[in-house]
Design a protein around this ligand. Structure first.
Ligand code: FES
Length: 320
């Protein structure tokens, strides 16, 4: 788990849509919160069961008095969104220092593609680009105006286009028109539900956008990452470079599970290959990458997510 936590309190809460609640959080002792860059998320620990969930900070990033997060109530919730939605002003919780693997890159133009609750990190990016004079356009897709959180903040903005499923077909997101062919110096950022991510990233690739220009953040593991039985029945062995110790990773456990069960201190957060908190480096062996967070370059450099990824070789040596 993340090591830097602070006690916090809900200082404001309102319903942005019938399904999305917005929370403003401050430190319980009144001090300032950590600085962060747009695209960052925090771990939030809630309820008696001390559930930990990750939520993107939706800005504005230039204030350290409060963090703003938005939480979608999901029928398929593992308990996190239900517990969050039960919170009221004045309720305590704990939050961890922000982490960011979805930051703005030094591009000349930024194209932000948001689907539903995926608006949260992209809203913070848009606010920062507004404040710094950055060139960008935000396309925000939602089922309807009433289900689009922060629509009132965005609907008259000259750099924002809203797309609603229940309106005329010609205003729906059309990536051939709205993204177009790759432009030198441009970067694309995509965040939203799995279907939206798959469509946007797949269409961008078809239009010729290179993977290096496409930046993404998922809220849940993609079907490939979450595929059951991904390790094979026989498992494999993990060797740690610090001690030379070897551990068998069975087919039904992750490398992270095995490390934690053996008392090895390892940072982690999402446990699904989407946050990057657990990343370690491979010394030798052939990793079977099953994550939604590492870039091709990072994989080529030897980075690896023990919470979700496996090994194709009988032994995988990790720099731990
Ligand atoms: S704990 Fe989130 S990627 Fe591994």
């Amino acid at each position: 788990m993340s090591s830097t936590w602070t006690d916090a309190v809900v200082v404001a809460r309102y319903e942005a849509t019938p399904r999305i609640a917005v929370f403003e959080l401050a430190r319980a002792d009144g001090d300032e919160l950590w600085e962060y860059e747009p695209g960052a998320h925090i771990d939030v620990q809630i309820g008696e069961a001390a559930l930990v969930r990750q939520y993107s900070l939706c800005g504005p990033p230039d204030t350290r008095k409060q963090y703003r997060i938005a939480v979608l109530g999901e029928a398929s919730s593992r308990g996190g969104s239900r517990t969050m939605h039960a919170l009221a002003e004045g309720d305590p919780l704990r939050i961890a220092a922000p982490r960011n693997r979805f930051g703005l890159t030094p591009a000349r133009r930024h194209l932000l593609l948001a689907g539903g609750i995926g608006i949260t990190p992209l809203l913070a990016m848009a606010q920062t680009l507004d404040a710094t004079g950055g060139d960008y356009h935000l396309h925000y897709c939602a089922r309807s105006r009433s289900e689009a959180a922060f629509a009132a903040e965005l609907e008259n903005h000259p750099r924002v286009t809203l797309h609603f499923d229940d309106r005329a077909p010609e205003q729906l997101l059309d990536l051939e028109r709205d993204l177009g062919e790759p432009a030198p110096g441009s970067a694309v950022y995509v965040c939203g539900p799995g279907g939206f991510m798959d469509y946007a990233l797949g269409r961008a690739a078809e239009l010729g956008w290179p993977a290096s220009a496409l930046h993404k953040e998922r809220f849940s593991a993609s079907p490939t990452t979450a595929e059951p039985g991904r390790g094979g029945a026989d498992g494999f062995t993990v060797r740690l470079t610090s001690t030379g110790a070897e551990y068998l990773v069975p087919g039904d456990q992750s490398v992270l599970d095995v490390m934690l069960a053996n008392g090895i201190e390892a940072p982690y957060s999402c446990g699904q290959g989407i946050c990057g908190e657990c990343i370690v480096r491979v010394r030798s062996g052939e990793p079977d990458h099953r994550d939604d967070v590492l870039t091709d370059e990072e994989r080529a450099e030897g980075l690896f997510t023990p919470c979700s990824s496996r090994s194709r070789s009988p032994i995988l040596e990790l720099e731990l």
